[in-house]
Design a protein around this ligand. Structure first.
Ligand code: MEV
Length: 312
């Protein structure tokens, strides 16, 4: 049996980092950049090939367990959950989601792999179960994730997410257009989350005040999204960039991209994801999108992606 399954990237619209501390945040899936897992039943032990991820092929053996390797961990956890032995076959993972750029590459690869293993085993794996498994892998390899990345990626829906609360899927009434611009600087979310944790320890009053301000912006943004108020949403995004900057999460490259987007007519712009590198996200009117894209390229963006949500 051969086939192909996948999972999208994601972008955080507002509320990153504060979401780790139980505050709300909003994220959208990026269906046009995906991790894809092609699977093929054969007579050899389960083999996972992921050349894009710069790693040698990995072959299952029955002593394989949750380990320091995210793919091996995902395979072991999925089979444990399904309660079956490893199937014979090969899974080839390709990903168009840049690594260490805040777009959810790790969670998307885990989700695609979980789906491929279930398909090879002809087993049913619900999105709720897959989400829990991907979250386990995120916890093993990314420190203390909030769960927003795996939730957005597995359900492939815009979410208003708060740890410990039921998922609130958002359907914006009006179409919203975004541009994501890559600073080209790789940055590990694990490290930026650890840096914020250190600030919480060393400067609790200031850091907690910023995290509270981010939470207020996310709450206000939900109302703007539901009301289709693009201007207000843009203002909130730019305000959120200021908070993240004060938390030490921006860089010269990210600030330059935010400024270029705003000067070219974006309604709002901010870094997206862990920060200290990776991408910015800008909200644009469709008529301004190509001017903003050009400005971002001139300001040094290594790649500009368009994304949209809502509006039926
Ligand atoms: C990363 O996409 C978002 C962070 O808030 C971390 C997390 O929520 O796990 C920085």
């Amino acid at each position: 049996m051969n086939g192909s399954v996948s999972a999208p990237g994601k972008a955080i619209l507002l509320g990153e980092h504060a979401v780790v501390y139980g505050k709300p945040a909003i994220a959208i899936p990026l269906p046009q950049v995906r991790a894809v897992a092609d699977f093929r039943l054969n007579e050899t032990a389960l083999t996972i090939v992921a050349a894009d991820l710069q790693r040698p092929p990995w072959q299952w053996d029955d002593s394989a367990t949750v380990s320091s390797d995210p793919l091996a961990s995902m395979a072991a956890l999925t089979l444990q959950h399904l309660g079956i032995c490893a199937p014979k076959g090969e899974i080839t993972i390709r990903s168009a989601i840049p690594i260490a750029s805040g777009l959810g590459s790790g969670a998307a690869v885990s989700a695609a792999l979980g789906r491929a293993i279930a398909a090879l085993c002809r087993a049913t794996l619900s999105n709720a179960a897959l989400n829990a498994l991907v979250f386990e892998v995120e916890k093993l390899h990314h420190g203390s994730p909030s769960g927003i990345d795996n939730t957005t990626i597995v359900f492939e829906q815009p979410v208003y997410f708060q740890r410990g609360q039921p998922n609130h899927r958002i359907s914006p009434t009006r179409r919203l257009d975004f541009l994501l611009a890559d600073s080209g600087v790789p940055a590990l979310t694990r490290e930026s989350v650890a840096a914020v944790r250190q600030s919480v320890r060393e400067e609790p009053a200031r850091t907690n005040c910023l995290l509270d301000q981010i939470a207020s912006v996310a709450v206000a943004a939900l109302a703007s999204l539901e009301a289709g108020d693009r201007m207000r949403l843009g203002e909130l995004m730019t305000a959120n960039h200021g908070h993240l900057r004060e938390l030490g999460l921006s860089t010269l490259e990210l600030d330059t991209l935010v400024k270029a987007a705003m000067q070219a007519g974006a309604l709002g712009a901010k870094l997206s994801g862990g920060g200290r590198g990776g991408n910015i996200i800008a909200l644009v009117e469709p008529a301004e999108a190509s001017a903003v894209k050009r400005a971002l390229q001139l300001a040094g963006a290594k790649r500009v992606l368009a994304a949209s949500v809502g509006g039926g």
